[in-house]
Design a protein around this ligand. Structure first.
Ligand SMILES: NC(=O)c1ccc[n+]([C@@H]2O[C@H](COP(=O)([O-])OP(=O)(O)OC[C@H]3O[C@@H](n4cnc5c(N)ncnc54)[C@H](O)[C@@H]3O)[C@@H](O)[C@H]2O)c1
Ligand SMILES: CC(C)C1=CC=C(C(=O)O)[C@@H](O)[C@H]1O
Length: 254
């Protein structure tokens, strides 16, 4: 896909990886619809996209809420006149072990609330946004569409991340389904699975744990948001990439 002039919606685009993707795609001339919960973050990314000479609009939207997602995608199409791309990127962490045991006694369990919350934001959110974006793309008769959904290397099953690993594995599977179902409309679908990338999501972890993460990577460093933005750009630009997961982790796999 030639990105210049194309309309791309990015969820969780207010900061971190989503913001870097917005700026990277804007540098190639894409117009960006930024979706996020956080109004201030929306305004920051909008300003960064405009500084690249492109257009942006911010939409406050909880991706896990069906009505909000439906109305937001209708507004995007009304505002921009089209939609050719979607990056499902919004995410949260609520890490915990399934059960925590001390001296033979279970002292803590992962709550069903945190399981549902993480699955709702990542997996239901990606499902709802892909459904609405694809429906508009098909009805508008766009020549080429592309959906990129953010998974994680945790999709293979990471210690302490039952909820997150399940959601990220679901995103890989759904991306493969969408490639099959939407391919006949020339809409491609790919997942991206980053390793450890330095953003606020990770900065919430203790410094010694972050140092340990870096030591586990063959390249001996944590990745940056531009590493992921470049992967997303390459997927948009390669018209034969579909139905798989691109892993970006400096050689570190779970
Ligand atoms: N940082 C990493 O190491 C890493 C690694 C692998 C995968 N990922 C994935 O990359 C994506 C971005 O991660 P990040 O590190 O930039 O996170 P981040 O916390 O810096 O940014 C996430 C953004 O998503 C928004 N968001 C959260 N819940 C939302 C909701 N319900 N609706 C709309 N927006 C919502 C937040 O407001 C925030 O702006 C996530 O899907 C994450 O799981 C991150
Ligand atoms: C395995 C570990 C370094 C790790 C991988 C992926 C993450 C992610 O946010 O997707 C991190 O949470 C971290 O646990």
């Amino acid at each position: 896909m030639e990105l210049n002039g194309k309309i791309v919606a990015i969820t969780g685009g207010g900061r971190g990886i989503g913001q870097a993707i917005a700026v990277g795609l804007a540098k190639k001339g894409a117009k960006i619809a930024i979706l996020d919960l956080d109004q201030d973050a929306l305004a920051k990314t909008k300003a960064l996209v405009e500084a690249e000479g492109s257009e942006a609009r911010g939409y406050q939207c909880n991706v896990a809420d069906e009505e909000q997602v439906e109305s937001t995608f209708s507004r995007i199409v009304a505002d921009f006149g089209s939609i050719e791309g979607l990056v499902n990127n919004a995410g949260i962490l609520r890490d915990a072990q399934l059960i925590k045991v001390k001296e033979g006694k279970v002292v803590k369990k992962m709550s069903a609330y945190h399981f549902e919350l993480v699955v709702d934001v990542h997996m239901k959110g990606a499902f709802l946004c892909a459904r609405e974006a694809a429906a508009h793309m098909v009805e508008l008769g766009v020549k080429e569409g592309c959906i990129v959904s953010m998974s994680s290397i945790a999709y293979r099953g990471n210690f302490g991340q039952t909820n997150y690993s399940a959601a990220k594995a679901g995103i890989v599977s759904m991306s493969r389904v969408w490639a099959k179902e939407l391919g006949p409309y020339n809409i491609r679908s790919m997942a991206v699975a980053p390793g450890t990338i330095e953003t606020e999501l990770l900065r919430s972890m203790p410094a010694d744990i972050l140092e340990d993460f870096a030591k586990m990577v063959p390249l001996r460093r944590i990745g940056n948001t531009d590493n992921i933005a470049q992967a997303v750009e390459s997927i948009f630009e390669n018209s034969y990439l579909s139905g798989d997961v691109m892993e970006v982790h400096g050689g570190f796999t779970i």
